[in-house]
Structure formats: structure tokens, C-alpha cells
Design a protein around this ligand. Structure first.
Ligand code: G3H
Ligand code: ZN
Length: 307
């Protein structure tokens, strides 16, 4: 089916206490693995590309791969810009047919973050495309921050309310204890903070970044308190490279890259399936592409048509 926006699937997730997996992809095998797992699990899925992925694959190439993959399946697929660090990147993605955007001004002062987010929201909403923003900052594991430093970057619940009122953003990435690119699952989320944020902005879907390092129990609690979109990148990269390493070791004389990449694709697919089941989004989509319960039918987006 054609791409859908993230607006309706995240609001449905919020109402029904499940989270939609937002999986990062950089190449064809990852795109195929993500969309195939979602189709088999009857789950809505967000396929996201970062600015790094756009530099690697090219904007048009990345967008075309995802559009093609979506056209071959009967579950809703969203094409999302992950961590768009500037206004220009958001405009370019809007033009390329992305159905969900992110402006990440989390490294900027509050006022500047508000001003640029607002500008992105205004232009995206003209085209009917929702925008994720970030307040507080989810750090990188390479920043090597102390626990106290991570806490200092967490989202302030009252500021979150003000931020949403000022910007009109459709969803909010919050910092509540996760860190990007962790290779072991040992981070515990600050659930009390999450509850407080959710209480301040109960109608706004919250987004969890840096999920590869988060403990399973923390996910389950977070989904009960407003987390509707969970971003997964490192965990899938680990699966991809594990498959590659094993295949190269198993077939040392093989020169056909397909022999290796097919194994990687299968490993990524299983990792995506595992996360979809954990997030509670497996089985929510019926055979026609609508939500099973409540009975809602997706509208596909026409780029340029206001919602
Ligand atoms: O935006 C992408 C995600 O936050 C991915 O984080 O690499 O820790 O899974 P991760
Ligand atoms: Zn992130």
C-alpha cells in the first residue's frame, strides 16, 4: 500500500497502549527485512532514515527503496526522517515524499529549538505531514557521560507542555534514561519522569530514542505511560553484522556478496520481529491494512494535500 503518515498510527498506539517500532535502515537488505517482518507480524511500521543514512544511500535512493518496499505489503509503512538537525533537511525530505519528519533541536537553547521546530511544523502541516521534535537530550554512548550528567539532560515535564503549546509538534522525543548506541541492554528508564511528562501532555505520543540499551521491563512500563514510538538502530546493526561475520566465516571462499547479505537480512528480520512482538504491535493490522480494533481504516497520504 502507499506510505501513510505517522499521525494516525501513533494516536492509535497511544489510545491502545502499544508502541510502533521505528527501525533505522541504510541499505536495501535492511529495508526489506524491516518491511517483511512487519508484514508477517501484521504490524504498522516506521522505517526511518537518519541524515547519516541519507549521506550514505542518497536521499532519492533511500526514499525510493522505502516507497517500493511499502507498495509490496498490506501493512501501513511510514517513511520518517530520523534526527533531522536542520530546517533544510526537513524541507528536502518533505519534497522527497517522506510521510513523517523530525526536527532535532535538542542541542540548541530552548528558544531556538522552539523557533525552528515551529517553522518545520508550519511547513510540514501545509503538506499534511506530522513532525516529531526533541526536548531534553538523549546522549550518545560515545559521550561517556556520568549518571548525573545523563540526568541533567532529561526532559522537564512542565517545559514539555510549554514546548508543545509553542510549537504544535505532533510527537515528542523525550530523554528519560536511555542513551544512543548502547551495545548491551542495561539502561533503566526514569518511569516517574515519564509519567509526569505524559500527565502534562496526555494527547501527545512520546518517542523513546536509544532503545537498543534499554532493559525489557523498562520498555513495558514505558509503553503504559505514553511511549508510542520506539526507535531501534544499534540492535539491528548488531544483528546485521553478526549475520555477515558468521556467513563470511562459514563460506571463506565465497565471493558472491548475496550469500552473505541474505544471512544478514534474515538476522535483521528476526530482530525486528522480536521487537514488534515486545512492543505489542504484532497482530493489530487486519488483512486490508486497517486496525483490527478499534476498527479504523488508514488513509494513505497524497503529498501536498492538507490533512
Ligand atoms: O534515532 C535512533 C534511535 O534513537 C536508535 O537508538 O541505536 O540506541 O537503538 P539505538
Ligand atoms: Zn535517536
Amino acid at each position: 500500500m502507499p506510505l501513510v503518515t505517522s499521525k494516525e498510527i501513533l494516536l492509535t498506539a497511544l489510545e491502545n497502549h502499544f508502541a510502533v517500532g521505528a527501525f533505522n535502515a541504510n541499505n536495501m537488505e535492511q529495508v526489506q527485512a524491516i518491511v517483511e517482518a512487519a508484514e508477517e507480524e501484521r504490524a504498522p511500521v516506521i522505517l526511518q532514515v537518519s541524515q547519516g543514512a541519507i549521506r550514505y544511500a542518497g536521499l532519492e535512493f533511500a526514499a525510493s527503496m522505502v516507497k517500493t518496499a511499502a507498495s509490496l505489503v498490506t501493512v501501513p509503512v511510514v517513511l520518517h526522517l530520523d534526527h533531522g538537525y536542520d530546517f533544510e533537511q526537513n524541507v528536502l525530505c518533505l519534497r522527497a515524499g517522506f510521510t513523517s519528519l523530525m526536527y532535532d533541536g535538542s542541542k540548541k537553547p530552548f528558544e531556538e529549538n522552539v523557533a525552528i521546530t515551529k517553522k518545520v511544523v508550519e511547513i510540514a502541516h501545509i503538506a499534511g505531514i506530522p513532525v516529531e521534535a526533541e526536548l531534553g537530550r538523549v546522549a550518545q554512548s560515545t559521550d561517556k557521560l556520568s549518571y548525573e550528567e545523563i540526568c541533567a539532560l532529561m526532559t522537564d515535564p512542565h517545559q514539555a507542555k510549554e514546548f508543545i503549546e509553542l510549537t504544535g509538534a505532533d510527537s515528542l522525543a523525550v530523554a528519560c534514561g536511555s542513551v544512543h548506541a548502547m551495545k548491551v541492554q542495561e539502561a533503566e528508564l526514569d518511569i516517574d519522569r515519564l509519567k509526569a511528562i505524559h500527565e502534562q501532555i496526555p494527547h501527545i505520543p512520546l518517542v523513546l530514542h536509544g532503545s537498543s540499551g534499554v532493559k525489557t521491563e523498562s520498555f513495558l512500563e514505558a509503553i503504559q505511560h505514553g511511549i508510542c514510538k520506539i526507535n531501534v538502530a544499534t540492535y539491528l546493526n548488531q544483528a546485521f553484522t553478526r549475520g555477515l561475520r558468521e556467513a563470511v566465516a562459514k563460506y571463506p571462499d565465497e565471493v558472491d556478496p548475496r550469500k552473505f547479505l541474505a544471512v544478514s537480512r534474515e538476522y535483521v528480520k528476526e530482530a525486528v520481529r522480536e521487537k514488534i512482538r515486545l512492543f505489542g504491535s504484532a497482530g493489530v493490522i487486519d488483512s486490508r491494512g486497517g486496525f483490527r480494533s478499534p476498527a479504523r481504516q488508514f488513509r494513505s497520504v497524497e503529498i501536498g494535500a492538507a490533512e
